[in-house]
Unconditional design. Structure first.
Length: 295
């Protein structure tokens, strides 16, 4: 199991009662597959995975597998507060057609490294290949390079999704992770405004928020970086700076939900208690997206 290239993370359209709008979800996914993204990160953080029941998450995976039909690798968020719940979600995802699981150590109590290791060991035993979902801003747990290396030795733990560091630090961060991890282990990065530099440094994958709604734009940046074209990568990155600024100011989560709504996707509002952008913030996003004309 290899995770490479551009991984697009869409929102999960849903109604106020937490029921996923699978028709709207498939509209989003069909757009991603048609653009040619390498994989889809369903029910990631952008996809609001902690807000949905096991049954709804199962419906989403089944709808995604049907829509994608193997045109893009399907990665599915299987994070849950309890280890047994994460095991059940991983089994569900595998049975429904997911190629890999995205596992974040979601917890109320702060976790220790050994607890996270045992959590991953249990979920990996389902047979679903796992990507380590390092998202400290959400989970309040940070994977050290040593823990990533230790986890990479477990059967079925095949990749890491790490927050991308500032561009100048990307080569050193990537080298340290590769030094600790097993051969063939995929090292990828999120944080869209730093991801181009990480790909230029040799990262295997970009786990992208923007690709979940503007896949063609994200693909141009990803392919330039994968080809080692630093000038084009930096040009595209500069062009996208107004969007990156919105992400940093209002959070990519809120901005991309509004972007999906503006693109005509039904039920494209974040689940409560998160409120959609409104007032001056909404106007700022609308104006910036209109000027950028992304695809």
């Amino acid at each position: 199991m290899q995770i490479r290239g551009l991984s697009a993370f869409p929102i999960t359209p849903s109604d106020a009662g937490g029921r996923i709008d699978t028709d709207a979800l498939q509209r989003l996914l069909a757009r991603l597959a048609a653009a040619g993204v390498d994989s889809v990160g369903l029910l990631g953080s952008t996809g609001s995975y902690p807000y949905f029941s096991r049954a709804e998450r199962g419906r989403a995976v089944a709808a995604a597998a049907e829509c994608l039909g193997g045109r893009a690798t399907l990665l599915v968020g299987v994070g849950a507060l309890r280890t047994d719940a994460a095991v059940e979600l991983a089994r569900d995802a595998r049975q429904a057609g997911a190629a890999a699981g995205l596992l974040a150590p979601v917890s109320y109590a702060p976790l220790r490294d050994d607890e996270v290791f045992e959590h991953f060991r249990a979920v990996a035993e389902t047979g679903l290949p796992l990507c380590i979902y390092n998202n400290p801003g959400t989970t309040h747990f940070t994977f050290s390079p040593d823990l990533v290396g230790r986890l990479s030795g477990l059967p079925n733990v095949v990749a890491v999704k790490n927050p991308a560091p500032p561009p100048a630090d990307a080569p050193a961060v990537l080298a340290e992770l590769r030094e600790r991890a097993e051969p063939g282990f995929s090292v990828g990065f999120s944080v869209d405004w730093h991801a181009g530099a990480a790909l230029l440094a040799g990262a295997d994958a970009w786990y992208s928020v923007i690709a979940g709604i503007y896949p063609a734009t994200a693909l141009r940046l990803a392919r330039a970086a994968q080809a080692g074209d630093a000038a084009e990568t930096q040009r595209l990155d500069r062009m996208l700076e107004p969007l990156w600024r919105l992400f940093r100011t209002h959070s990519s989560y809120r901005v991309v939900h509004l972007a999906a709504a503006l693109a005509g996707i039904p039920n494209a509002v974040p689940p409560r208690p998160v409120l959609p952008l409104s007032g001056a913030a909404r106007q700022e996003v609308e104006q910036a997206l209109g000027a950028l004309a992304l695809d």
